[in-house]
Design a binder for this molecule. Sequence first.
Ligand code: MN
Length: 741
Amino acid sequence: MTEEMLLLARGLLTALHKNPERYDLPKIEAAYALAYHAHEGQKRQSGDPYISHPLAVAESVVGLGLDTDTVCAALLHDTVEDCEGITAEMIAERFGTDVATIVEGVTKIVTVSIENREAAQIENIRKMMLAISKDIRVIIVKLCDRLHNMRTLDGKKNGDRQREIALETMYVYAPLAHRLGMQRIKLELENLALLYLDPIGYKEVMEAIDGRFGTSRELLASAKSRIEERITAYGVKYEVEDRIKSVYSLYRKIYEQGKPFEEIYDFYALRVIVDTVEECYTVLGLVHEMFTSVPGRFKDYISMPKPNMYQSLHTTVMSRDGIPFEVQIRTREMHETAEFGIAAHWRYKTGEAADESVDKQLAWIASLIEADEDTRDPDEYIHSFKSSLFREEIFVFTPKGDVISLPKGATVIDFAYTIHTAVGNRMVGAKINGVIVPIDRVPQTGDVVEVLTRNNQGPSRDWLNIVTTSEARGKIRQWFKKEKRPENIVFGRDMMEKELRRLGHAFTSSEAEKIFEATAERVGIGTLDDLFDTVGYGGISLSRIAVRLKEESTRFLKAQQAAETTPASADEAALATMQESSKSRAQKKQNGGVIVDGAEGCLVKFARCCAPLPGDAIIGFVTRGFGVSVHKRDCPNAVAGVSDPAQADRWLAAHWEKKDEGSKMYEASLSILTEDKIGVLAEVSMALAEMKIPVLTINVAPPKDDRATIHITVGCKDTEHCRSIVARLNAIPTVLRITRN
Ligand code: MN
């Protein structure tokens, strides 16, 4: 290695030399040399040589305790994609198939944006899960990759891109790290993402932590030393750590759950690490002797581990000064699992890595892929993906006493399918604690659940609306898909015909057929029978298909009209589609034509209360939901907000981007005071139609003193355009006064 190569790899080499006997150093060196030359001349946006990135990723991988192959894959993870002349086959030849599989897996995981709910994105998530299911080390490298990209996100100059990456980290990678039990990485990813998504909230929480921690640091220190004294006297070997809740978890409690800072009981925690499970319970006893425990806060995750394998005892006690703090007690091994999760299984081990808990995680991922194979509904897929990442568990028992974990809110049907697909399919009823219960009953932790079955029984279609887990839903669909295609087609056609009738236009059956065909094409299903079948077995939800059906029938009617009538109305139809497409273009551009100083790249929404238009003086409010809402400067809410010291920080100067070709449509809301005469509303609507102004909402307030008020929202380009609309409406004799809200 050259001097420069050695210098760059300093961090990685130090990490490796902490446990040199665990690693095949020449192999790692060869991988480094290949990556170094492949990336030669490439730079990161920050200006650093590109190789610094794979080196940092490899260093994190070593920190997690992974094996030689994973370290090599980390070094090579960007070569196949970014460097000419390097292929997976070549890596397989030189470093073995494991390294190649991991590199390929990481390469295949492309940007997955959970906000953009299009089918292509679903495919990406599925691809990601497939790549992970081949070798779980793929996701470990990917998480380390993301961690380094987040740590260096400052180097990206584009605000939109920063926000996109931060969102994806928050919604995909941090939950994945959590689900795999990799707590340390999860916390760092969340905190870094928050820093970009709500910098002001981040700062507020940091200040609150400093304030509160500063004043009670001593209390915690004294509690710590009292506990240490007591355990020492008892003769148990231990280690005590103290910690403060992470910025992001405090942020969520304060802003999302609306909890006052003082009520967060687990703000402080002491962590006692001992050698054996027995000692865990001994220490718990000692702690409860010394301090009053807070009722309802004791959790035994040792006898009931979390689904991500986390084990620990948690209890909250009162310090002498009345400040509550949490004590977590666990063994060294549990601690390793808690911090490193799935990665803990490679730590201090050589060679064969897969053990039971790794298998369990892989089974979870496989079930996620399988259960959703038949889903064509992106919303639902995202939903089940998210809920399987975030799920909270309950624990119930089989009559034989086996513990079964279920996500919170799962029904007895979900329970049956968790036991076995065949049990679910044959289910006719259930008992909880010996008593027969309705089939949609939700069991609680500790319940004994028994499934009553009968042979030759199949699931019922209603179950699709009852079950809450994607696993059960997938299995029920699978059953219908396999067993009942002819019925599905009849059932699905019937549902779609009903839905079409609901739209209020009587179509002939050949017209209906055409609309169904167009709908099938829209959702990417080949034939009509396949579409009916899919709707019939629930592969696509009626609510989703209803939206497409409505769009297609409107389009059909418009085309029909255009064909039948004069060129003038064809123009109108063209205009309508033009407006539609310009609207969707405007929606695609996230900032809506607004620049908010200090929050570039944020998602921009227009405040309902004042509906600003280009030309208005505006101001932005940084919301807690990771976006900016734009108000008119003179909106009463903005005026009040700016002068409120508690939120003054969140109000930022904003201005409109330079006018583009004027294709963007905004919403203007108007209140029209009129005489209470028949026909006023019609006159107003006609005037708007003449000007080809799209009306988005219209409401008429009950008349008072011979006066009526019409509230309308119309599509509008800017303040000038709005003024011309108002002038035209003012010309109507019965219109008395118009105000923009
Ligand atoms: Mn990378």
